[in-house]
Design a binder for this molecule. Sequence first.
Ligand code: K7E
Ligand code: CUA
Length: 661
Amino acid sequence: MKRSVIVLLLAALLAAGCGGKSPAAATPDAGLPADAAAVAAERGLTPDDIYAAVKTYTPSGQLDPYIMIASGGQSGQLLVIGVPSMRILKVIAVFTPEPWQGYGFGGSSNDVLAGGDMANQELRWGDTHHPGLSETNGEYDGQFVFINDKANARLAVIDLRDFETKQIIKNPNANIDHGGTFVTPNTDYIVEGPQYAAPIGGDYASLDNYAEVYRGLITFWKFDRLTGRVDMARSFQIELPPYWQDLCDAGKGPSDGWIFCNSFNTELATGGVELGNPPFEAGTTKNDTDYMHIFNWKKAEQVFQAGQFDTVNGMAVIRLQTAIDEDVLYFTPEPKSPHGADVTPGGEYIVVGGKLDPHVTIYSFEKIMAAITAGGLDVDQYGVPVIPLDQSMEAQVELGLGPLHTVYDDKGYAYTSLFLDSAVARWTLGGPYSSLHAEEPWTLVQKLPVQYNIGHIAAAEGDTASPDGGYVVALNKWSIDRFANVGPLLPQNFQLIDTSQPGDQMRLLYDLPIGMAEPHYAQIIKADKLKAFEVYPEVGWNPETMSVDPNAITAPDQARVERNGNQVEIWMAVIRSHFTPERVEIKQGDHVIWHFTSLERTRDATHGFALSGYNINLSLEPGESQTIEFDAHTAGTFNYFCTEFCSALHLEMVGYMLVEP
Ligand code: K7E
Ligand code: CUA
């Protein structure tokens, strides 16, 4: 029945000539079923609107073919969104406590959050920018996603078996890490660029000594798939000139083993508008070009393994002079105020947008290699060899105002966000991609307006060696008038764009207001690549170790309370609709270690455990085990209760903790 309605709608669309931009409202005689046509007429829907509705409407119970994982900006979290329905499926708690998930209110998540603390400062928020899905042979493999915290130079690892954060690691030598997280094609390394230069290690240094003491720093975090953790002892950093290295992308195919980062502020501006200096915005944009950084990371890995580094705060740092001497680092000029460096699917080209230049510049990896091989390169003020632009550039394409980020599809098109134009530009790749489209190579094909001020853009499987095409999503900074006024702080707007048809036929399909923070980047993965648990594999599963916890129990009759001096240890069973034990009687000043095991094997039968007065709230998913530990500092009568409406007798899933003075 549903299928036949869709067929009728599509027939109606074809009859209405929906390929055009007809503003005419659908009329009841357009071939739609009478009731649907009446609704369309009443709501003033155009054939384009009906096309968009049919492209995105997802009947109840049907699943999306794609999953988008988007950063949640200053919320410190990640968003999981279905594409094309644009339904928000989940918020993944990462850098910020999230009570719904019991994240940061007792249990192992407290340890995860504490892992990202500084020596003398607890950090409980983050500014997430660029999620990076783990890759195998340049394809998303659906195992892990990584995300950076720009605000505090941190990296988080999320395991996609349970969509939970497993590790947060603080970069000991940086205070800001914007250019993360970018993975090498087999996720050997997660690459993180800094943004604003600072003395390596974060020591104090006067800005008068900027050129001599301040430095850029790129970090290669070694990822161990078996443990699912970053291994700091096998990670290394490279000292860089104090330009502001920004976003990076790893080479693949012919360029595998290399990584490319844009940068700005070759001017070495240090601000001080209040002292009569040029403000940063002017100081960092004086030069016509900055430098794209070209790293031979496989060579850098050898240099690291040969011990040619200094250890700073426990981290291996390859010095700039070593990187130059060992042929690890090269520069090539890039136009005004570059942002983003995006490698084409086959690894042949690198595309850079200059925010203050109407062009994107396309670099050829082959030409870069030829120039490096030929040698005889001039060097910059820090001694880094510079490949002249005419020896590295393949083409430039004029797109419009404020080109930022570029993604790709399966038809040889590139899509670049135009921040100032508020548009998505579709343009053609040349070289091996020329045969995939009908247009001239390196030409602008269409500019589609978006609302408004697009930052990043994401494409289906867009950062892989074989993008899918079909959809891109514009991640817009402003929404202005698109939604009901909810006060001066407005939601930001994700707009789904149909790229399934070639040529100038991109269309806007859907607006999704994001009810939180500024999302920067997102990646879109085929849903069937994700193989998340439906319930934890065994009763007593500890999500931190991803194995059965030694303190788990397997039946309610194993539940017990044991006292040893003033230490009380509790083994609690959790299953609909009771906690066992239901009474916990302790004394003020006791140290309490409380183990929980969910005995549930039913999908979605999650229980919460909230303990009043002690700031404790757990989410116990089917099979999960957790342990909390606290001192019974306050005497009194306290309830613990289940926070998930898990059954008809959920309100009875409760207990008393009596703390005797
Ligand atoms: Cu990737 Cu917003 Cu951090 Cu560009 S940044 S927009
Ligand atoms: Cu368990 Cu409500």
